[in-house]
Design a protein. Structure first.
Length: 420
């Protein structure tokens, strides 16, 4: 251990942590004050021992301090201490200085110099040259606002992985607040667990991208709430395959609370007067009934009863055959019924048996009916000969319709259609 006092300057303990070359620069900075004529030996200071100099290779530092290593050696070998060289009146003050001198920690307690960096890191406030400034490469900042997610994809892990899943970001960025929502999400914390949950529900890997494109807001739902909704569907006797079909067909279903789902199931069972089993069958075939607006459904049921003249049991049969009729446009519904019932003279009970007529294109229905009327084969009464059912009228392709129903060729149908 050694202590140093240089003209009253006491280096702090961090100086020992510098490498040897940095320590040399530190000593050189004090040289103008060290070598004042005739005054250097009038101040008390302690030189490193010869053993210490050999161990830490400080001989050349001592040479720089005194101008000659021999001068330092002769001074140490003379046996004259600093207290002997001082006048008596200086002794008391020098002793006080000696007592206040900080004893530096042992070198064995400090980290090895070889483990330290050569130079301290640059301070952010340090001045640099123009050439050094030109060599600095800074990545452009993310735009604070943008009309597209393309500006963020390369530097967003979340967006990159969503693209790999097949999510269509071009569709999502056109929806309000969805882009900013995705940028705030962390894939590992917010998305990964939801994807594993959807796979447990029954979605395939190839379906995840399409599902998230339709409903990105499921990524913000609480996992506990999502599990409760699936458990509720299972409790009302929807099996796993049915739940998978419902979630796939109605992506927003799991965003609905348990209470809301229960109220909607009760609405359809009450309005249609169906049993619990038939209500489940209708919902499984058209899951979006649970997530869509209920007003069109109410209008359709009312129109079927008051405007079209169907009885309640007939409406129940039509809905269980084609649940889509509950979401069909009211204008299309009334126009199709008017043509079939009033122009083709088909009664209610016949329409009830073949409600698929409401899903057919009205123009195609008119063309085929007029063609059969032209041929004299428009017979829709099952009690009469050459009966033609509504199912064959609307579902068969042109080739089969012409050969099996109209008993003619496709060319004849096309020629007739030109006359309309």
């Amino acid at each position: 251990m050694w202590r140093t006092v240089l003209l009253g300057y006491q280096p702090s303990s961090w100086c020992l942590l510098l490498k040897r070359q940095n320590f040399m620069y530190f000593i050189k900075g004090l040289q103008p004050q060290l070598f004042k004529p005739c005054s250097i030996w009038h101040r008390s200071f302690y030189l490193p021992s010869a053993q210490c100099c050999r161990r830490y290779n400080f001989n050349h530092f001592c040479s720089n301090m005194s101008g000659s290593l021999d001068l330092v050696t002769r001074f140490r070998c003379s046996g004259v201490t600093s207290t002997e060289a001082l006048p008596p009146e200086k002794l008391s003050s020098d002793k006080q200085t000696h007592q206040t001198t900080e004893e530096l920690p042992s070198m064995e307690m400090q980290p090895q110099f070889e483990d330290l960096d050569d130079l301290p890191p640059l301070c952010p406030l340090d001045e640099i040259s123009e050439d050094e400034a030109l060599q600095i490469v800074a990545e452009p900042l993310l735009p604070s606002a943008s009309f597209t997610l393309r500006d963020y994809v390369d530097r967003s892990e979340t967006l990159t992985k969503l693209l790999l899943l097949g999510v269509d970001l071009s569709k999502l960025e056109r929806r309000e607040n969805v882009g900013s929502l995705l940028l705030r999400l962390d894939f590992e914390k917010d998305i990964k667990e939801k994807l594993l949950f959807l796979k447990d529900v029954g979605l395939e890997d190839s379906q995840l991208g399409s599902f998230l494109t339709k409903n990105p807001f499921i990524l913000t739902e609480d996992m506990e709430n999502l599990q409760k909704r699936v458990d509720y569907l299972a409790s009302v006797k929807f099996n796993k395959e049915a739940i998978t079909r419902m979630v796939t067909g109605a992506p927003y279903l799991l965003n609905f609370s348990v209470e809301r789902i229960d109220n909607r199931l009760g609405f359809f069972q009450k309005e249609l007067g169906l049993s619990a089993r038939k209500t489940r069958d209708v919902i499984i075939r058209l899951p979006r009934l649970l997530t869509g607006s209920l007003e069109p459904v109410k209008e359709t049921i009312k129109a079927c009863q008051l405007e079209l003249g169907f009885h309640r049991n007939e409406i129940q049969h039509i809905v269980t055959k084609i649940p889509k009729i509950l979401t069909i446009n009211k204008k299309k519904l009334t126009e199709t019924f008017d043509y079939v019932h009033n122009k083709m003279n088909i009664p209610h009970h016949m329409i009830t048996k073949f409600p698929q007529v409401f899903n057919a294109k009205l123009l195609r229905l008119k063309e085929r009916h007029l063609f059969l009327t032209f041929l004299g084969r428009a017979q829709y009464d099952p009690a009469q000969a050459n009966y033609i059912s509504l199912d064959k009228l609307i579902s068969l392709p042109d080739e089969v319709f012409c050969t099996d129903v109209a008993k003619t060729s496709v060319q004849d149908l096309e020629n007739f259609m030109k006359t309309l």
